[in-house]
Design a protein around this ligand. Structure first.
Ligand code: ADP
Length: 250
Protein backbone atom coordinates (compact mmCIF):
# COMPACT_ATOMS: atom_id res chain seq x y z
CA UNK A 1 0.00 0.00 0.00
CA UNK A 2 0.98 3.56 -0.43
CA UNK A 3 2.88 5.32 2.33
CA UNK A 4 1.23 8.55 3.38
CA UNK A 5 3.89 11.25 3.49
CA UNK A 6 4.12 12.90 6.90
CA UNK A 7 3.90 16.67 7.10
CA UNK A 8 7.31 18.27 7.70
CA UNK A 9 6.35 19.55 11.15
CA UNK A 10 5.40 16.05 12.36
CA UNK A 11 8.59 14.66 10.87
CA UNK A 12 10.65 17.25 12.75
CA UNK A 13 8.84 16.49 15.97
CA UNK A 14 9.35 12.76 15.54
CA UNK A 15 13.02 13.28 14.83
CA UNK A 16 13.38 15.45 17.92
CA UNK A 17 11.59 12.87 20.06
CA UNK A 18 13.84 10.15 18.69
CA UNK A 19 16.94 12.18 19.46
CA UNK A 20 15.70 12.95 22.99
CA UNK A 21 14.98 9.27 23.54
CA UNK A 22 18.48 8.32 22.39
CA UNK A 23 20.02 10.91 24.68
CA UNK A 24 18.00 9.59 27.60
CA UNK A 25 19.06 6.01 26.88
CA UNK A 26 22.71 7.05 26.62
CA UNK A 27 22.44 8.80 29.99
CA UNK A 28 20.81 5.79 31.63
CA UNK A 29 23.47 3.53 30.20
CA UNK A 30 26.24 5.83 31.42
CA UNK A 31 24.65 5.95 34.90
CA UNK A 32 24.48 2.20 34.98
CA UNK A 33 28.16 1.81 34.09
CA UNK A 34 29.16 4.50 36.58
CA UNK A 35 27.29 2.65 39.33
CA UNK A 36 28.94 -0.64 38.38
CA UNK A 37 32.32 1.06 38.42
CA UNK A 38 31.57 2.63 41.77
CA UNK A 39 30.54 -0.71 43.28
CA UNK A 40 33.67 -2.40 42.04
CA UNK A 41 35.93 0.44 43.26
CA UNK A 42 34.22 0.41 46.65
CA UNK A 43 34.51 -3.36 47.05
CA UNK A 44 38.13 -3.17 46.07
CA UNK A 45 38.82 -0.45 48.65
CA UNK A 46 37.06 -2.42 51.39
CA UNK A 47 38.93 -5.60 50.54
CA UNK A 48 42.33 -4.20 51.58
CA UNK A 49 41.44 -3.36 55.21
CA UNK A 50 39.46 -6.60 55.53
CA UNK A 51 42.47 -8.63 54.40
CA UNK A 52 44.76 -6.81 56.84
CA UNK A 53 42.32 -7.35 59.72
CA UNK A 54 41.94 -11.00 58.81
CA UNK A 55 45.70 -11.64 58.74
CA UNK A 56 46.36 -9.83 62.00
CA UNK A 57 43.47 -11.63 63.69
CA UNK A 58 45.00 -15.00 62.65
CA UNK A 59 48.35 -13.83 63.95
CA UNK A 60 46.76 -12.88 67.28
CA UNK A 61 45.01 -16.24 67.53
CA UNK A 62 48.25 -18.09 66.96
CA UNK A 63 50.85 -16.05 68.80
CA UNK A 64 48.97 -13.34 70.69
CA UNK A 65 48.99 -15.06 74.09
CA UNK A 66 52.75 -15.59 74.23
CA UNK A 67 54.16 -12.64 72.30
CA UNK A 68 53.35 -9.24 73.76
CA UNK A 69 54.97 -7.44 70.79
CA UNK A 70 52.83 -9.27 68.28
CA UNK A 71 49.74 -8.60 70.35
CA UNK A 72 50.44 -4.88 70.43
CA UNK A 73 51.22 -4.64 66.74
CA UNK A 74 48.15 -6.64 65.74
CA UNK A 75 45.73 -4.71 67.93
CA UNK A 76 47.14 -1.43 66.61
CA UNK A 77 46.82 -2.53 62.97
CA UNK A 78 43.31 -3.90 63.43
CA UNK A 79 42.20 -0.69 65.10
CA UNK A 80 43.71 1.45 62.34
CA UNK A 81 42.13 -0.58 59.54
CA UNK A 82 38.75 -0.67 61.31
CA UNK A 83 38.80 3.14 61.47
CA UNK A 84 39.55 3.26 57.76
CA UNK A 85 36.63 0.98 57.02
CA UNK A 86 34.37 3.10 59.18
CA UNK A 87 35.33 6.24 57.30
CA UNK A 88 34.94 4.49 53.98
CA UNK A 89 31.49 3.12 54.74
CA UNK A 90 30.33 6.52 56.02
CA UNK A 91 31.47 8.03 52.75
CA UNK A 92 29.76 5.31 50.73
CA UNK A 93 26.48 5.94 52.56
CA UNK A 94 26.92 9.60 51.80
CA UNK A 95 27.27 8.90 48.09
CA UNK A 96 24.27 6.58 48.16
CA UNK A 97 22.00 9.14 49.84
CA UNK A 98 22.83 12.16 47.79
CA UNK A 99 19.24 12.65 46.64
CA UNK A 100 16.40 14.12 48.72
CA UNK A 101 17.55 17.70 49.09
CA UNK A 102 15.90 19.93 51.63
CA UNK A 103 16.03 23.45 50.23
CA UNK A 104 15.57 26.51 52.44
CA UNK A 105 16.91 30.04 52.86
CA UNK A 106 20.35 29.78 54.42
CA UNK A 107 22.61 32.53 55.73
CA UNK A 108 25.85 31.39 54.17
CA UNK A 109 28.32 33.58 56.11
CA UNK A 110 27.23 32.38 59.54
CA UNK A 111 27.20 28.79 58.29
CA UNK A 112 30.82 29.22 57.16
CA UNK A 113 31.76 30.86 60.46
CA UNK A 114 30.23 27.99 62.39
CA UNK A 115 32.19 25.39 60.41
CA UNK A 116 35.39 27.42 60.84
CA UNK A 117 34.79 27.75 64.58
CA UNK A 118 34.27 24.01 64.98
CA UNK A 119 37.48 23.23 63.12
CA UNK A 120 39.48 25.89 64.99
CA UNK A 121 38.36 24.36 68.28
CA UNK A 122 39.00 20.74 67.39
CA UNK A 123 42.19 21.13 65.37
CA UNK A 124 43.88 23.96 67.29
CA UNK A 125 44.59 25.63 63.95
CA UNK A 126 43.19 28.94 62.74
CA UNK A 127 40.44 28.81 60.15
CA UNK A 128 39.81 32.39 59.15
CA UNK A 129 36.60 33.61 57.49
CA UNK A 130 36.57 36.69 55.28
CA UNK A 131 33.14 37.76 54.05
CA UNK A 132 32.07 40.49 51.66
CA UNK A 133 29.16 41.22 52.24
CA UNK A 134 28.70 40.16 55.87
CA UNK A 135 25.37 38.47 55.17
CA UNK A 136 24.38 36.34 52.19
CA UNK A 137 21.00 34.64 51.99
CA UNK A 138 20.97 31.78 49.51
CA UNK A 139 18.41 29.05 48.90
CA UNK A 140 20.12 25.72 49.35
CA UNK A 141 20.30 22.56 51.45
CA UNK A 142 22.14 23.72 54.59
CA UNK A 143 23.36 20.26 55.62
CA UNK A 144 24.76 19.43 52.21
CA UNK A 145 26.36 22.85 51.90
CA UNK A 146 27.97 22.40 55.28
CA UNK A 147 29.23 18.96 54.30
CA UNK A 148 31.04 20.40 51.29
CA UNK A 149 32.70 23.03 53.46
CA UNK A 150 33.71 20.43 56.02
CA UNK A 151 35.36 18.29 53.33
CA UNK A 152 37.23 21.26 51.86
CA UNK A 153 38.40 22.73 55.18
CA UNK A 154 39.36 19.28 56.43
CA UNK A 155 41.52 18.74 53.33
CA UNK A 156 43.04 22.21 53.61
CA UNK A 157 44.06 21.48 57.21
CA UNK A 158 45.22 17.95 56.38
CA UNK A 159 47.51 19.01 53.56
CA UNK A 160 48.99 22.18 55.11
CA UNK A 161 50.46 23.42 58.35
CA UNK A 162 49.50 27.08 58.39
CA UNK A 163 46.21 28.98 58.64
CA UNK A 164 43.33 28.16 56.34
CA UNK A 165 41.11 30.88 54.90
CA UNK A 166 37.48 30.62 53.84
CA UNK A 167 36.37 33.64 51.84
CA UNK A 168 32.84 34.45 50.77
CA UNK A 169 32.12 36.94 48.07
CA UNK A 170 29.19 37.95 45.90
CA UNK A 171 30.26 39.23 42.51
CA UNK A 172 27.42 40.32 40.30
CA UNK A 173 25.07 37.34 40.46
CA UNK A 174 27.56 34.77 41.62
CA UNK A 175 28.15 33.57 45.15
CA UNK A 176 31.76 32.42 45.49
CA UNK A 177 33.27 30.55 48.35
CA UNK A 178 37.00 29.87 48.44
CA UNK A 179 38.84 27.55 50.74
CA UNK A 180 42.51 28.37 50.63
CA UNK A 181 45.60 26.84 52.17
CA UNK A 182 49.34 27.32 51.84
CA UNK A 183 50.19 23.67 52.01
CA UNK A 184 51.89 21.01 49.93
CA UNK A 185 49.83 21.70 46.81
CA UNK A 186 48.91 19.27 44.04
CA UNK A 187 51.13 18.41 41.04
CA UNK A 188 49.75 19.76 37.74
CA UNK A 189 49.19 16.32 36.25
CA UNK A 190 47.08 15.20 39.22
CA UNK A 191 44.76 18.20 39.33
CA UNK A 192 42.35 16.90 36.65
CA UNK A 193 41.91 13.64 38.61
CA UNK A 194 41.37 14.77 42.19
CA UNK A 195 37.58 14.81 41.83
CA UNK A 196 37.61 11.15 40.80
CA UNK A 197 36.48 8.63 43.36
CA UNK A 198 39.30 7.00 45.32
CA UNK A 199 41.95 9.14 43.63
CA UNK A 200 44.83 10.12 45.89
CA UNK A 201 47.89 12.02 44.78
CA UNK A 202 50.12 10.08 47.12
CA UNK A 203 48.42 6.95 48.47
CA UNK A 204 51.07 6.27 51.11
CA UNK A 205 50.83 9.79 52.50
CA UNK A 206 47.05 9.95 52.43
CA UNK A 207 46.83 6.56 54.06
CA UNK A 208 48.78 7.92 57.00
CA UNK A 209 46.56 11.03 57.17
CA UNK A 210 43.50 8.79 57.08
CA UNK A 211 42.10 9.86 53.69
CA UNK A 212 39.95 7.61 51.56
CA UNK A 213 40.16 9.49 48.26
CA UNK A 214 36.41 10.09 48.33
CA UNK A 215 36.20 13.56 49.90
CA UNK A 216 36.51 15.68 46.77
CA UNK A 217 34.33 13.38 44.66
CA UNK A 218 31.59 13.64 47.28
CA UNK A 219 32.06 17.42 47.45
CA UNK A 220 31.71 17.61 43.67
CA UNK A 221 28.61 15.45 43.55
CA UNK A 222 26.96 17.54 46.29
CA UNK A 223 27.90 20.83 44.59
CA UNK A 224 26.53 19.43 41.30
CA UNK A 225 23.28 18.42 42.98
CA UNK A 226 23.00 21.93 44.49
CA UNK A 227 23.41 23.45 41.03
CA UNK A 228 26.85 24.92 41.64
CA UNK A 229 30.36 24.53 40.30
CA UNK A 230 33.57 23.44 41.92
CA UNK A 231 37.09 24.09 40.69
CA UNK A 232 40.56 23.68 42.09
CA UNK A 233 43.73 25.71 41.63
CA UNK A 234 46.95 24.48 43.09
CA UNK A 235 50.70 24.75 42.93
CA UNK A 236 53.16 22.40 44.55
CA UNK A 237 54.76 24.00 47.59
CA UNK A 238 52.58 27.11 47.31
CA UNK A 239 49.12 25.88 48.20
CA UNK A 240 45.65 25.01 47.07
CA UNK A 241 42.45 26.97 46.55
CA UNK A 242 39.12 25.26 45.99
CA UNK A 243 36.40 27.50 44.58
CA UNK A 244 32.72 26.74 44.75
CA UNK A 245 30.28 29.03 43.01
CA UNK A 246 26.52 29.34 42.70
CA UNK A 247 24.35 31.53 40.56
CA UNK A 248 22.08 33.69 42.73
CA UNK A 249 18.59 34.17 41.33
CA UNK A 250 17.33 37.61 42.38
P1 ADP B 1 41.43 12.22 50.65
O1 ADP B 1 40.41 11.60 51.54
O2 ADP B 1 42.55 11.30 50.27
O3 ADP B 1 41.89 13.54 51.17
P2 ADP B 1 40.03 13.68 48.56
O4 ADP B 1 39.10 13.17 47.52
O5 ADP B 1 39.47 14.67 49.53
O6 ADP B 1 40.64 12.42 49.28
O7 ADP B 1 41.27 14.32 47.81
C1 ADP B 1 41.90 13.60 46.79
C2 ADP B 1 43.39 13.89 46.80
O8 ADP B 1 43.61 15.24 46.41
C3 ADP B 1 44.02 13.77 48.18
O9 ADP B 1 44.43 12.46 48.43
C4 ADP B 1 45.19 14.72 48.08
O10 ADP B 1 46.29 14.07 47.48
C5 ADP B 1 44.70 15.81 47.14
N1 ADP B 1 44.21 16.99 47.86
C6 ADP B 1 42.94 17.31 48.17
N2 ADP B 1 42.86 18.51 48.80
C7 ADP B 1 44.12 18.96 48.90
C8 ADP B 1 44.73 20.15 49.44
N3 ADP B 1 44.01 21.11 50.02
N4 ADP B 1 46.07 20.26 49.33
C9 ADP B 1 46.82 19.31 48.74
N5 ADP B 1 46.33 18.17 48.22
C10 ADP B 1 44.99 17.99 48.29
Amino acid sequence: FKKIPLPDKTKDELEQMGAAFNRMMARLEQNYYQQQQFLSDASHELKTPITVIESYASLLKRWGKEEADIQEEAVEAIHHEALRMKELTQNLLQVASRNNLSIEEVEIVSLCRQVARNFSQTSNRIVQVIAKPEEVIYETDANRFEQVLIILVDNALKYSETDVTVSIEVVEEVLMIRVQDQGIGIPKQDIPHVFERFYRVDPSRTRSTGGSGLGLSIAKSIVDSLGGRIAIESEVGVGTTVNISFLIKF
